[in-house]
Write a protein that binds this ligand. Structure first.
Ligand code: HXC
Ligand code: NAP
Length: 311
């Protein structure tokens, strides 16, 4: 017998009328139920921000997930909350990605817990804004070590294991849009992310013969406490609206990044290899196009401009 819950329907319709943005497709989970069932995924930096958002969705899709970073208390709290929220299996492992022995330990603990590992998501990062000439060499080191060395440490440890065990693997690297074009005031991060992009493309070719795919996502602005506190600190936050330079005039929602990541780590993307997928509402192209700044010209002024040109 088919029954309808009208109360529920009314509630949804009311929501649709009152707050259409809540119903936007990009805020909704995209893949079918159990799309990642049986997969084990390691997310570095998985206790906070975008790493946490991607982990949440992977668990909802049936994956087992190891989250790792330096702060065990943060990881354990997140793991417990996500177990409650999703009913999934989450392992929290302390690991500083700059230290190869800690990376090997994280890998081994994942295999002990889940019986294997299928996906490495290099998401851990460090960043802050500064004129480059103000940086000490240690400040440059700390960012490059977390982002580039951290990514290649994990990639090397996981790749060696997959190759030795004759198992396929999937690597997904979170870079930034400025990995391709560079950016002032975040030079260590831009330098390191460019290296991660090169790593992605190089190994996509070299390790394809072992059944290991490498792809990357280049996100534009997605609000997280970690990024916002370091890139838009108080005195700047009032002057810089991150959405203003995005042609779509909004920042990203975590679920839309999680949807893309879930696709790229799933077997549905089996023919994607060596790709970097930009998800930024058109932001970097807006900065790149010579005449994009003409967006500020009000429509009536174009009559005047055209007249002058034709004269
Ligand atoms: C100049 C700084 C600095 C700053 C630290 N240093 N902060 N220099 N300006 N704001 C210098 C220190 O003085 C020191 O050099 C060296 O850097 C190491 O600093 P520590 O504090 O000892 O390092 P550590 O405790 O390991 O912290 C690392 C960190 C921190 C990167 C500095 O911010 C962190 O833990 N970040 C992790 C999370 C994060 O950054 N998330 C944002 C990712 S956002 P000296 O010479 O004094 O010893 C992102 C998105 C980009 O990547 C795109 C957005 C659109
Ligand atoms: P975040 O919450 O600060 O995430 C960074 C994570 O990296 C934290 O969980 C941190 O945990 C971990 N980490 C830092 N150093 C580490 C180390 N040495 N070893 C292991 N883990 C370490 O910021 P986010 O915004 O979610 O960023 C996630 C990813 O998205 C990053 O790669 C970032 O570059 C990328 N990204 C973000 C945006 C954005 O707008 N948010 C845009 C483009 C790209 P611990 O402190 O516990 O170690």
């Amino acid at each position: 017998m088919v029954t309808f819950n009208f109360q529920h329907l009314a509630f949804n319709i009311q929501n649709l009328t009152l707050n259409p943005s809540q119903m936007a497709a990009y805020s909704q989970p995209m893949l079918r139920d159990n799309a990642l069932q049986g997969k084990t995924i390691v997310v570095t930096g998985g206790g906070t921000g975008l790493g946490r958002a991607m982990t949440t969705y992977f668990l909802q899709l049936g994956a087992n997930v190891t989250i790792s970073s330096r702060k065990l208390d943060v990881l354990e709290k997140t793991a417990e909350e996500l177990r409650q929220q999703t009913g999934g299996r989450v392992l929290a492992v302390q690991c500083d990605v700059r230290k190869y022995d800690e990376v090997e330990n994280m890998l081994q603990r994942t295999i002990n817990e889940f019986g294997g590992v299928d996906v490495l998501l290099n998401n851990a990062a460090g960043n802050f804004i500064s004129p480059t000439e103000r940086l000490s060499h240690k400040a440059f080191d700390v960012i490059v070590d977390i982002v580039l060395k951290g990514s290649y440490n994990c990639t090397l440890a996981f790749g060696k294991r997959w190759i030795a065990d004759k198992k396929p693997g999937t690597i997904l690297n979170i870079v930034t849009t400025y990995a391709s074009v560079g950016s002032a005031y975040v030079v260590p991060s831009a330098t390191a992310k460019a290296g991660v992009l090169a790593l992605t493309r190089s190994l996509a070719v070299e390790w394809a013969k072992y059944g290991i795919r490498s792809n990357a996502i280049a996100p534009g602005p997605f609000p997280t406490e970690g990024a916002w506190s370091r890139l838009f600190p108080e005195p700047l936050a009032k002057k810089l609206d991150p959405a203003a330079s995005v042609p779509l005039k909004r920042v990203g929602e975590h679920q839309e990044l999680a949807n893309l990541a879930a696709y790229l780590v799933s077997d549905f993307s089996a023919y994607m290899n060596g790709e970097v997928v930009t998800i930024d509402g058109g932001e970097w192209l807006n900065g790149a196009g010579e005449f994009n700044k003409l967006e500020i010209i009000p429509a009536p002024m174009w009559d005047e401009i055209e007249k002058t040109m034709r004269r």
